[in-house]
Design a binder for this molecule. Sequence first.
Ligand code: AMP
Length: 493
Amino acid sequence: MQPLPSTQPWDEDDGFHEECGVFGVWNATDAAALTALGLHALQHRGQEASGIVALSEPSNFNAHRGLGLVGDIFGDAKVMASLKGRCAVGHNRYATTGETALRNVQPLFADFEFGGLAVAHNGNLTNAAQLKRALVRRGCLFQSTTDSEVFVHLIAISLYSNVVDRLIDALKQVQGAYSLVALHDGALIGARDPLGVRPLVLGRLGAGEGGAYVLASETCALDIVGAEFVRDVEAGEIVIINNDGLRSIKPFGRSQSRFCIFEYIYFARPDSVVEGTPVYETRKRIGSELARESHVAADVVVPVPDSGVPAAMGYASEAGIPFELGIIRNHYVGRTFIEPTDQIRHLGVKLKHSANRPMIEGRRVILVDDSIVRGTTSKKIVEMVRQAGAKEVHMRISSPPTTHSCFYGIDTPEREKLLAANHDVAEMAQIIGADSLAFISLDGMYRALGRPGRDAANPGYCDACFTGDYAIPLTDLTGHPERAPALLAANGQ
Ligand code: AMP
């Protein structure tokens, strides 16, 4: 049993740092098995917990949720046999500072006037605490500490009669980033926030009338189930899929989309294509730009695996310096961020990487990684490469300095823990122990994405972690809702 929720679970820094993967399928044999496969392909988006809710005729919902990896949770034939039906939604959770409790594992499910509804959410809401306070005052009983539960209560209290109108009503009150998949007995629904910060793609499984629809965070999850990519769900779009086909609505009006640029840098899987742009090629192009911007004489380019590999390939070919796997990664440990304390995270770097001495000894080494957050990884890696006999160590980072925290669904620590928020590049080089350190410029990153540079009036991407340009109000943080949610108004606030 997990401890019961406190009465004010979110007012502090609890449960907000979630990056997740979502998947949904409508009208396919073994929908739950397809969902488990999809979640497996999206494992990089969340390793803490997973869940699947399947729907069998006429409206029986069966759910299974667990803590751990998809393969461990859904590798059990009995579990899979219990998830009957032709429709399902699933979720992978990644919450590094939030509570690791089964009650936080999605998809969330609730019985409403209109029947059951399962909801899986990727992203982060920036006015969830404020909405929650108002909802609790109205008598809503929260069961979890995840911000996503706000959707469920907003849908429950909506006065609209049908599910889609209730969902729109709820979405109009939330601020933040979300890609949602929801399932009720009449439809599979996909929705992206008005700025389209988090990804969501639509796929088709099997040709013709009887074909199934699939929704997933990334195209790599379509590939694993053999689904054909149809298109991205657009920013601010809601797609409603049922036996009559697909209906699209855009209830929010037009706004300039701000897809998360960090998905290209680190988060998305390299074999995914997001917003029409292949992640792997983008990372290579970022590496080439980086080489043009920050050339240094060296004997070998070494990626910090796995995140630095494509950028290092681009760097090496542009610089004309040999690429070598000078660091080997042990794949049987999780990402360093998963471990909660600084001490363990520190150890985790050694568990995860080891130097491939013959590729390093006596050489001038350029190390390429995707980002420096706290600096823990870079410091350890530089030290390890020096111990392996490198003559010089030059660190190159395929993103601009991470100077600001993300509030839209990528886990970044508070600003005071961000190395780049507190030190200039020369100081950072000294702290990590490198002979030189360089980051790609903001304009260079945009050039790699096919733009002339960053257009401040319309960047086209959310790059708040590098610029502090937060396009969505941070209401819970600042206490100032730029949009007054109807609910708060109704409560006299
Ligand atoms: P740090 O050791 O704190 O500087 O973290 C930098 C390392 O963490 C880099 O190797 C990145 O690949 C990785 N990283 C960056 N952002 C994230 C994130 N949001 N979640 C997990 N790992 C990350």
